[in-house]
Each structure stands twice: as structure tokens, then as C-alpha cells.
Design a protein around this ligand. Structure first.
Ligand code: MEV
Length: 317
């Protein structure tokens, strides 16, 4: 039996604009994890067991758009190719993949990419292979395309590399250093919102008004660049105003919603230095920048304003 895990993620700055070539910053969230366990099959078939969804099925019976099955189908040839190079028999014994995850689905926390990453890591390890981070990221990107349509690649990158990344689509990721750790609260609206839909809506809007949307994306990209510099210079409190500006721009892209705005306003009223939605938007999660002094008060305010779950995390610890 082999088990592997992968973290959730948050986008600090730059979601949506990153799909159009602008930079974005993302960090892994290790409190949230997806786990994949591989065991030998008791019959001649491969099986997938998604514990969260209470669903167990044969790989051969998976639907064409099944992301878990698609991940397996992409990992298998890579393992076989390596085995052939090593002069081993290219035949993999049937296995069972069991998935568990504490990352809420469709909530902007990278659940899909984390599950695929855990699967790739576990399958490769089960068959005695060690993939590079770039290989894992590339394989998971293929699954992300099934799930999200036209993803930028930021989710698979930050999760596979498991470190803070400055990301520009199509370029190698740049890990960045957090000179001074900072506290964030991650609050869940409880509204599931598939990224595929918000990304598709932004694309349709961009196609009707390209100049307006390009200008919004560019400003978001500038914010991401400034934020990276502040984080690397150890001035995290300066991120507060940048988060507020990024949220306003995301509202202009029409990817916020009443529930997210309510949580952002509640956090700011309670003393958060900044707040913004994170991920695809129209539901899912938001972030609030707090200090050890304001953390409790802001958390209570978020819960009172309707947050279904609040996670406290320290970036750069
Ligand atoms: C999703 O975590 C981030 C988005 O920018 C989509 C993407 O980059 O693929 C909304």
C-alpha cells in the first residue's frame, strides 16, 4: 500500500487576470489536504474509490469526462515508458485508488488539482517511480483542462511544487520568498462555484469588451507585481490596501457576489488590514489579512457574517 498527499492552495493576487498572461501569486495551504492511497486490486480490474463522494467504480466504467480516471490514464503511459527504458516488463498489476480529501470542492482552494497531484504521486510511488515536480504539474495540468476548460496552470503549479509561486502562464514558475510571515484567515461562503463557469463568463465578457477587460487584467497584474515586492521586502502590512484594490477589480470583472462582499466588508470593519475573494469567485472562499491581535475579532466577525468555515494560516512560516 502506498499513500501520498497534496495540499490545497489559495491565490493571493491575480486570479482571472492570470488566464490572460498577467502574473499571479499563489501559496499552498497545508492544513487542507487530498490523500490518495493505492492498494492491489482483488480482481483483474483497476478501481477508483472516491470516499468523499461515496463512489466506487471500475476504471473501465468511468465516464469520458471523469477527471480521476483521466489522471490514471495519463500516469500509466509515463510509468510504462520508464519501465521500458529500464528493461522491465511493461505491464502494471491492477490496483485500487482510494481518494480522501479535506478540501471543499468548487470553493477556490484547488481541490481538483490537489486530488490529481496526490494520485500522480501515489501511483508513481506504488510502481517504484519518482516524478519531478515539473512532471507532476504537467500531468495535473491535463486533468485541470478537463475540469476547468482553459486554466492558466497556476493551481497545478503551486500544488505540485508545494511552495509560494509567482506565476505567469506558459513560463517556468518562480518560487518567491516570504521575508516576514503573515497571518491570513480563509473564510468559506459555503457556496460551491465551479471555476469553469466563472472563467468561461469572464472570457465571454472579455470577447465583447476586450479593451476594457485587458485594462482591468493589466492593473491586476501590476498589483501582483507590487505585492510580490512587498512580500519579499518583509512588508506584509502593505498587502492590505493591495488586497482591497484587487477585490474591487474582481468585482468589476463580475466574479464577486453578495456573500463574498459581505465577508470582505465584515472582515475590514472588524480590523482586517485587507480582504479579497480568492480563486474563481461567485462563491467559494475569501482571504482576510490579520495580525495576531486582530485575528480573533476578525474571525468572530466573519462567522457572524455567515462564513461556514474559517481557517487560520500563516504564510511563510
Ligand atoms: C483558479 O484557482 C484561478 C483562476 O485564475 C483560473 C486559472 O487561473 O486557471 C480563476
Amino acid at each position: 500500500m502506498v499513500t501520498a498527499t497534496a495540499p490545497g492552495k489559495i491565490i493571493l493576487f491575480g486570479e482571472h487576470a492570470v488566464v490572460y498572461g498577467q502574473p499571479a501569486l499563489a501559496v499552498p495551504v497545508s492544513q487542507l489536504r487530498a490523500t490518495a492511497t493505492i492498494t492491489a486490486s482483488e480482481d483483474s480490474d483497476c478501481w477508483i474509490e472516491a470516499r468523499n463522494l461515496s463512489h466506487r467504480y471500475r476504471l473501465t466504467e468511468a465516464r469520458a469526462d471523469d477527471v480521476l480516471a483521466a489522471t490514471i490514464e495519463r500516469v500509466r503511459p509515463l510509468i510504462l515508458e520508464r519501465w521500458i527504458q529500464q528493461g522491465r516488463q511493461p505491464r502494471l498489476a491492477p490496483f485500487v485508488v482510494t481518494i480522501d480529501s479535506t478540501i471543499p470542492i468548487a470553493s477556490g482552494l484547488g481541490s481538483g488539482a490537489a486530488v490529481s497531484t496526490a494520485m500522480v504521486r501515489a501511483l508513481m510511488a506504488y510502481f517504484d517511480e519518482t516524478p519531478s515536480e515539473a512532471e507532476v504539474s504537467e500531468l495535473v495540468f491535463e486533468s485541470e483542462k478537463l475540469l476547468h476548460g482553459t486554466p492558466s496552470g497556476i493551481d497545478n503549479t503551486v500544488i505540485a511544487y508545494e511552495q509560494p509561486v509567482y506565476f505567469i502562464k506558459g513560463q517556468p514558475p518562480e518560487p518567491f520568498t516570504v521575508a516576514q510571515p503573515f497571518h491570513l484567515l480563509i473564510a468559506d461562503t459555503g457556496l460551491p462555484s465551479p471555476t469553469k463557469i466563472t472563467v468561461g463568463d469572464v472570457r465571454a465578457a472579455w470577447q465583447t469588451e476586450p479593451a476594457r477587460y485587458d485594462a482591468l487584467f493589466l492593473t491586476i497584474g501590476e498589483i501582483a507585481n507590487t505585492a510580490r515586492a512587498q512580500i519579499e521586502h518583509g512588508e506584509p502590512e502593505a498587502l492590505g490596501p493591495l488586497m482591497k484594490r484587487n477585490h474591487t477589480l474582481l468585482q468589476k470583472l463580475s466574479v464577486s457576489c453578495a456573500e463574498l462582499d459581505t465577508l470582505v466588508e465584515a472582515a475590514l470593519r472588524a480590523g482586517a488590514l485587507g480582504a479579497k475573494l480568492s480563486g474563481g469567485g461567485r462563491g467559494g472562499n475569501m482571504l482576510a489579512l490579520v495580525t495576531p491581535e486582530t485575528q480573533k475579532r476578525v474571525q468572530a466577525a466573519l462567522e457572524q457574517a455567515g462564513a461556514k468555515r474559517v481557517i487560520s494560516t500563516v504564510i511563510g512560516e
